[in-house]
Design a protein around this ligand. Structure first.
Ligand code: GLU
Length: 292
């Protein structure tokens, strides 16, 4: 296989057991990798150390092997790379596109409720339905910010969206690829995420920062993931621009729904692959059920 072969990755989080939706995403990655004569990597997205468990990670390997998948070694485990993400955050910081935010979730919710009551119209929401950050900490005086940071007050780092946008020197887009290899150019609109959190309070990174820096570090050329992450790609393309990283090609697949038409989720205890296995369902039957 040539060194220019496409590189795919499946990137689950070990914060619960994998369900049919994960199986679909993993199988689709493998299917694309085979079709495009590419490589398949596995990445364990375990930055949320309060929710991730070694037992869930072990189950991921078992489930994927049971499905008949093969992936390259070593597997990149995000929790082992916090200094790498910290360095990326420092690069963004040097561009003056991040600012410390001391607000608690409740303070943000209260500020939004207050503004909604005053304006009598709904406060704008991000694509996931969360209210945009109302900017409380954006305009704090520098000496106050420095004092609170120096005193060790917990804070996130948020992207200053207007400052970030003022750095943009070309139209930001990504290529959406399909099964037959066609590529469509998709313009992005990261501003719809507002001043979102780039570095969390509890850990020196966020999903967005880790995924963008790891995809570039691992040389991922083709990202195959669920439609629930399609809107986040706008933000990822912005971060790639700011960090001078390449933008991969993306394919966001439809989600596997439960019989009631809802999205499967670990938190809603959707039936796990381990349960299906225990019920005697074969990997071949499951692949067929998912259309492979
Ligand atoms: N770790 C994410 C998840 O479990 C997927 C991230 C991605 O594919 O970009 O949903």
């Amino acid at each position: 296989m040539s060194s220019t072969a496409p590189v795919f990755r499946f990137a689950p989080s070990p914060n619960g057991r994998l369900h049919l939706g994960h199986a679909y995403s993993a199988l689709l990655n493998a299917d694309f990798a085979a079709r495009f004569e590419g490589r398949l990597l596995l990445r364990i997205e375990d930055i949320d150390m309060a929710r991730c468990r070694p037992a869930f990670e072990a189950a991921i390997y078992e489930d994927l092997a049971w499905l008949g998948l093969r992936w390259e070694q070593p597997v990149r485990r995000q929790s082992e790379h916090f200094p790498f993400y910290r360095e990326a955050a420092a690069r963004l910081n040097r561009k003056n596109v991040l600012y410390p935010c001391f607000c608690t979730r409740k303070e943000v919710a209260d500020a939004v409720a207050h503004r909604e009551a005053a304006a009598a119209v709904p406060w704008p929401r991000d694509p996931d339905g969360a209210p945009l950050y109302p900017g409380t900490c954006r305009s704090l005086a520098l000496h106050e910010v420095e004092g609170r940071v120096a005193a060790g007050e917990p804070h996130t780092l948020r992207i200053h969206m207007p400052a970030a946008q003022s750095c943009i020197t070309r139209p930001l887009t990504y290529g959406r690829f399909s099964r037959d290899g066609e590529i469509e150019t998709i313009p992005v609109n990261p501003a719809r995420w507002g001043d979102t959190v780039i570095v969390r309070k509890d850990i020196p990174t966020s999903y967005h920062l880790s995924v963008v820096t790891d995809d570039a570090f691992q040389g991922i050329t083709h990202v195959v993931r669920g439609q629930d992450l399609e809107a986040a790609t706008d933000l990822h393309v912005l971060l790639q621009f700011l960090l001078d990283l390449p933008t991969a090609l993306y394919h966001h697949h439809g989600l596997v729904l439960d019989p009631g038409g809802d999205k499967l989720s670990k938190s809603r205890q959707s039936e796990a692959l381990t349960d299906l296995r225990a019920r005697g369902i074969t990997a071949a039957a499951l692949r067929q059920r998912l259309g492979f």
